[in-house]
Structure formats: structure tokens, C-alpha cells
Write a protein that binds this ligand. Structure first.
Ligand code: S3P
Length: 164
């Protein structure tokens, strides 16, 4: 990979990775899409079949497979939670960018998205708690953080470019 985006659900990882991929003619890989392609199941189906632990095990396997491929990687919101995943991100020696938004903005962006099993039932307070619980994991592997609240995806992409 040339660049890795991490951050909570709704932080813009997928959209921003696509913008940067188009601009620099780099392949873009979305870890969730890759998981769906490899398993033939949707994210909610994987959670329904074996819960979060099952999803995390698949996520780890797929991350290990793709980390050395060329391009820009949009991770899933929970990818940095596992220590072994954080180690893979670090060992890739490419910039790891943490995209961040407030809980209110996150709620506005993702609503009750049924395609995100961990967020579907959470209100803004629940999202804020989950985000806070994950903060240290994001910080542990990020080279830098972009606050995306007031920014369009294009502006986020520009903010990343300015820091690289
Ligand atoms: C998850 C985030 C999702 C997806 C899965 C779990 C999480 O990815 O990997 O639903 O634990 O935050 P996005 O961040 O792309 O929504």
C-alpha cells in the first residue's frame, strides 16, 4: 500500500480513498468490500453468522493478504482494535492517516445504517462511547489525524496531501 486510512465509521475513509486514488491513479482497496468479495457474504450476514469475533478473524486474514498490495487502503472502523492488525499497519511503513469526526457529525453521516451492525442500534451517546473507547487504538497506529467535521471529502483529501 501507499497510504492507509483508518478511523471510525462515517469518518470518510472510503470516499476520501476514492478521491485520492482517482487523483494519483492508484488502485483503491476497501477492506470491507474485500471481505464481502472473499466470503460472498454481506457484513451483516457475517456478524449474524458468528458475531463480532468471527468478523474480526476474517478481517484480520484479509488485512494480512492485502497489506502488501499497491494502492490506497480504506480500513474498516474496527480494524485497528486488534494488536496484530495495528502491528500489520505499522509494519507496512506507509503513512497511516486517522480521519476523525464528532459523534454528532458521525450520527448525521451514518444514521441507522443497517449495513453497519455495530452502529445500527446506537444513538449519538452510544456512538460517542464507542468512539471514545477506540480512540487509543486509532492514535496508536496513526501517523497523523485529520479533523473532518467542517470539511468536504475533497478538502479532507487536500488536507492529507498537505501533510504527506
Ligand atoms: C466496523 C466498521 C465497518 C465494518 C464493520 C465493523 C466497526 O466499516 O468493518 O461493520 O467496528 O467500526 P466502516 O468503518 O467502513 O463503516
Amino acid at each position: 500500500m501507499e497510504l492507509i486510512l483508518i478511523g471510525f465509521m462515517g469518518s470518510g475513509k472510503t470516499t476520501v480513498s476514492q478521491l485520492l486514488g482517482q487523483k494519483y491513479h492508484l488502485p483503491v482497496l476497501d477492506l470491507d468490500d474485500e471481505i464481502v468479495a472473499q466470503t460472498g457474504q454481506s457484513i451483516p450476514e457475517i456478524f449474524a453468522a458468528g458475531g463480532e469475533a468471527h468478523f474480526r478473524a476474517i478481517e484480520h486474514q484479509v488485512l494480512a493478504q492485502v497489506i502488501d498490495q499497491p494502492g490506497i487502503l480504506a480500513t474498516g472502523g474496527g480494524t485497528p482494535l486488534r494488536e496484530d492488525n495495528r502491528a500489520l499497519l505499522k509494519a507496512s511503513h506507509v503513512p497511516v492517516v486517522h480521519l476523525r469526526a464528532t459523534a454528532a457529525e458521525t450520527k448525521r453521516r451514518i444514521g441507522h445504517d443497517q449495513n453497519r451492525p455495530l452502529a445500527a442500534k446506537l444513538d449519538q451517546t452510544g456512538l460517542a462511547k464507542l468512539k471514545a473507547a477506540r480512540h487509543a487504538a486509532y492514535q496508536a497506529c496513526a501517523d497523523f489525524t485529520i479533523e473532518t467535521n467542517q470539511l468536504t471529502p475533497l478538502e479532507v483529501a487536500q488536507a492529507i496531501e498537505a501533510r504527506l
